[in-house]
Ligand binder design. Structure first.
Ligand SMILES: NC(=O)c1ccc[n+]([C@@H]2O[C@H](COP(=O)([O-])OP(=O)(O)OC[C@H]3O[C@@H](n4cnc5c(N)ncnc54)[C@H](OP(=O)(O)O)[C@@H]3O)[C@@H](O)[C@H]2O)c1
Length: 316
């Protein structure tokens, strides 16, 4: 891959986009471009086309999206559907019109059916109903996968979709109202520790099984897709290993050094009992995750400690 190729990372300030930018920089890619949502609102087709007209990127990585937890999805179904469709449609359409040779679309494992057999293979897409709590977001992401597949089929261009499992790492969202389970636990255990090891209350029974991938591994998978022509259109990205939420809590408690009690609030919903991606398809192409969960959580907690004051205003 030409290190001078112009690579546009949409969403380069987000958790995933910024990890991809760091990874590419570390590999001496010298022509990376990005715009914040304030500089370029990707929902506005005219502005996206004008940007592509001027910049003419060779490669586009779509890490821009309206993201959020179940609560946000349920409260704002329309923007979760429409804004995600607008962002990805504008990017994909401008890319095909401006002859972008490679496009990497990032989706999410929520595209798969609610009752998909475990571990979830790519071929289970659209085989039965979705989880209703985030179907708005999932339907937008499925449309993105299908748009890339259609382009691949009709024009033979290398447009590929990567579906990550739950991600965590630097620049995660630690806001307790809107964050995912892993960063929320880091913050809860940390705050309980500095407040005299008071008890930590966690939602559900702790029994659901979940998979977590460090965002630096995700960035590496994106670079792998960039540097190789993958055989097919859709690939899962994960570790292929899961653990119970209870074991995750114990691991984070240990990493943070919290010595108090954990109280499980079993009146709160558990969600689906297991969600694990089958990652063998990308493994056959030659990519596997490297960062062990213990190591990744240590690294994320260190990052949290170093940055909590500087981004408190924005993220907390
Ligand atoms: N985090 C996870 O656990 C996870 C798991 C699976 C898949 N993913 C996928 O990975 C991708 C990135 O997620 P993330 O966690 O990095 O999210 P994030 O931290 O919230 O970043 C999202 C990025 O999208 C940009 N964006 C949103 N609306 C925009 C708009 N209208 N115009 C221009 N830019 C806009 C934001 O730009 P500004 O910062 O400039 O506003 C931000 O940089 C998403 O497609 C998501 O589905 C994430």
């Amino acid at each position: 891959m030409n290190r001078e190729a112009k690579i546009y990372i949409a969403g380069h300030k987000g958790m995933v986009g910024s990890a991809i930018a760091r990874k590419l920089q570390s590999l001496d890619y010298s022509n990376i471009i990005g715009k914040s949502s304030k500089e370029l609102d990707l929902r506005i087709q005219r502005d996206v086309n004008a940007f592509f007209e001027v910049e003419k990127p060779d490669i586009v990585i779509d890490a821009a999206a309206r993201v959020g937890g179940i609560m946000a999805n349920q409260t704002y179904p329309y923007p979760f559907l429409m804004e995600n469709l607008q962002i990805q449609n504008n990017l994909i359409d401008a890319s095909i019109k401006h002859d972008v040779e490679k496009f990497i679309f990032l989706g999410s494992s929520c595209i798969y059916p609610k009752l998909a057999p475990q571990p979830i293979k790519e071929e289970y897409l659209l085989t039965s109903p979705l989880e209703s709590s985030n179907e708005w977001y999932a339907i937008a992401k499925i449309a993105g996968v299908k748009a890339c597949e259609a382009i691949r089929r009709q024009y033979g261009k290398d447009y590929v979709s990567l579906m990550p499992t739950n991600l965590y790492g630097p620049y995660d969202n630690f806001d307790l109202e809107t964050s995912h389970v892993l960063p929320a636990m880091i913050r809860k255990f940390h705050e309980a520790k500095i407040n005299g090891n008071r008890p930590v209350e966690l939602w559900g029974s702790g029994s659901p099984m979940r998979e977590f991938l460090h965002v630096d591994d995700m960035a590496e998978a994106v670079v792998f897709a960039l540097e190789n022509k993958l055989e097919d259109n859709l690939y899962n990205v994960g570790t292929g290993k899961d653990l119970s939420i209870k074991d995750l809590a114990l691991l984070i408690q240990d990493t943070v050094g919290h010595k108090g009690e954990i109280i499980w609030d079993a009146t709160k919903p558990d969600g689906t009992p297991r969600k694990l991606l089958d990652v063998s398809k990308l493994a056959r192409e030659g990519w596997r995750a490297k960062i062990r969960l213990e190591e990744g959580i240590k690294n994320t907690y260190r990052w949290f400690l170093e940055h909590q004051d500087s981004f408190k205003e924005v993220k907390f």
